[in-house]
Design a protein around this ligand. Structure first.
Ligand code: CA
Ligand code: CA
Ligand code: CA
Ligand code: CA
Ligand code: ZN
Length: 523
């Protein structure tokens, strides 16, 4: 049987393809022409098929997407088989290959490669789930500008995940025996990009100078341990005039033992989901493999980040998304244990770390991925697009209403298979409990409730969401349920289907927001 499509987008948003898979032949050979999956042949000199031109060339065995230094997502669930430098001997040039890269095995004969990265957020042997952030794109290895190199192999042979739709025999299939199959299941096509988490509120920055919300400390953990400030630490050098806030420190790399360390410990006023970012200066930050461990309530997350400091220059780099419960027992640590030898003379730069609060959404209810009408007690109902002039205040292009609204129905049990349903492809950046907010218009008590869930599952914690303003009609955010508690779902990290099911017909839904911050009320 042919493999069912199983890949989702390896990035957030919509990105141009800089360079296609060359079906004749994907071996980096320069025969001066490119045959793309449609069967269209272009000479290598005519690079019109590329939005940007620097990496479009014959022999390319993969896709180059137009990313800068941005999150890279696992295209399918699987195991991390490689997460390292392609070569420690060659940082750039023809022998440097994919530079800092990740290879995932998906257990079905397929592997995916993510090349030229600037940061790795996963370790070899670790299980990952579809949509999970695994790294940050960049410009390492044999690359002449930041992008994501995304390559797929089937039983070890390179293959084109866009398949082959040419009107003649696929030359790569003829040469290799490998028939390229269209492998994208969702998120990649037809205007359904995966939405990145949305920052909100003000970020908390912990810098190496004392103007912080929180504290920065560094020290030595061998011999007679020291922690500073107060005082200055041996083997930590301060540089001014560069870096965030015009100052930074560095020490030298030294193998596998953390002898010199630095720690950024914010004071977080709110519990919630945070993106942790590290600022890398242009100088005195020259390690290829700075290691950052993230701690929540004093315990490290079981994965850590590795960052190519040398390739970065005065920019924030994401270390991923983490839940913190608020307060000041959460921190980021790095050290001289980069695995590189002291004799390399490389330096670990330490500067500012930023904690940015993020939510999932708001997203527009009318931008659903699938819509399913159902018959209940003899009445066929479905979610219909509306953009009433008589009910102004909806956002986006309109809203969705469960119709017809008469005769009145409400569905309290069995709704996952009995009620009209809307489905969204939603990336949850981290595991945990998300408060479910629905912006809706309840005109009266018979059309003001809805159920929510994920992956077709309707947890009792998110059923019977109600109270969306029926006693003072208008568009309102609601998060309460008829059962009392606020509506929540507990969901693992990665790409999931978010579901809305009609409870009462006539219900009008405009936007959805999912947050791990219990104090957040959407505007
Ligand atoms: Ca600084
Ligand atoms: Ca009601
Ligand atoms: Ca309930
Ligand atoms: Ca809307
Ligand atoms: Zn490439």
């Amino acid at each position: 049987a042919q493999t069912a499509p199983f890949l989702s987008s390896p990035y957030y948003g919509e990105k141009a393809i800089n360079c296609f898979f060359d079906h004749e032949y994907p071996n980096y050979g320069q025969d001066n022409s490119i045959v793309i999956y449609t069967g269209e042949r272009r000479s290598n000199a005519n690079r019109d098929i590329c939005t940007l031109h620097y990496s479009c060339y014959a022999g390319h065995p993969a896709y180059d997407y137009d990313l800068e230094y941005e999150p890279v997502l696992a295209a399918a669930s699987g195991t991390v088989e490689k997460a390292e430098w392609n070569s420690w001997a060659y940082r750039t040039g023809p022998n440097s290959g994919l530079g800092l890269y990740i290879r995932l095995g998906h257990g079905n004969g397929y592997q995916t490669y993510y090349g030229h990265l600037s940061a790795l957020l996963v370790q070899e042997g670790q299980a990952v789930v579809k949509g999970q952030m695994i790294g940050v794109s960049g410009n390492t290895g044999n690359s002449s500008g930041a992008h994501l190199h995304f390559e797929v192999r089937h039983n070890g042979t390179r293959t084109d995940p866009y398949g082959w739709s040419g009107g003649y025999t696929d030359p790569w299939q003829a040469a290799s025996g490998e028939a390229s199959i269209f492998l994208w299941s969702d998120g990649q096509w037809a205007g359904y990009p995966l939405a990145a988490p949305t920052p909100y509120g003000s970020a908390v920055v912990v810098d190496d100078n004392p103007n912080n919300t929180g504290s920065f400390k560094k020290g030595r953990s061998w011999g007679s341990p020291v922690e500073c400030p107060p005082g200055s630490c041996p083997y930590w050098w301060r540089v001014t005039g560069i870096g965030y806030g015009s100052d930074m420190y560095y020490t030298y790399v030294n193998g596998y033992t953390a002898d010199y360390w630095a720690k950024w410990q914010p004071s977080l006023s709110q519990a919630g989901l945070y993106e942790v970012q590290v600022y890398i200066a242009c100088n005195h930050a020259t390690t290829w493999f700075a290691q950052y461990h993230i701690y929540s309530n004093g315990s490290p997350y079981d994965t850590y980040a590795r960052v190519d400091q040398l390739g970065l220059c005065n920019q924030w780099i994401s270390l991923g998304y983490y839940y913190f419960s608020g307060g000041s027992n959460h921190y980021v640590r790095t050290s001289d244990a980069t695995t590189e030898s002291y004799s390399t003379g490389r330096k670990v730069g330490v500067d500012a770390v930023r904690f940015r609060r993020v939510n999932v959404g708001p997203f527009e209810v009318e931008d659903y991925r699938e819509r399913i009408g159902r018959t209940y007690q003899g009445l066929y109902m479905n979610w219909e697009f509306r953009n009433w002039s008589g009910k102004p205040g909806w956002r986006g292009s309109g809203a969705m209403q469960a119709l017809p609204k008469n005769p009145h129905k409400n569905i309290n049990t069995g709704y996952t298979t009995a009620s009209p349903e809307l489905r969204y492809r939603t990336v949850f950046p981290a595991s945990g409990t998300y408060y479910v907010w629905v912006r809706a218009y309840g005109e009266n008590g018979k059309e003001d409730s809805v159920h929510a869930g994920y992956d077709g599952y309707g947890p009792s914690s998110a059923d019977r969401i109600s109270g969306c303003g029926w006693n003072s009609p208008g568009w309102k955010w609601c998060n309460s349920t008829m059962d009392g508690p606020r509506a929540t779902i507990y969901v693992g990290a990665g790409l999931h289907t978010f579901n809305l099911w009609m409870r009462e017909n006539g219900f009008r839904a405009d936007q959805v927001l999912l947050t791990q911050d219990p104090s957040y009320t959407p505007p």
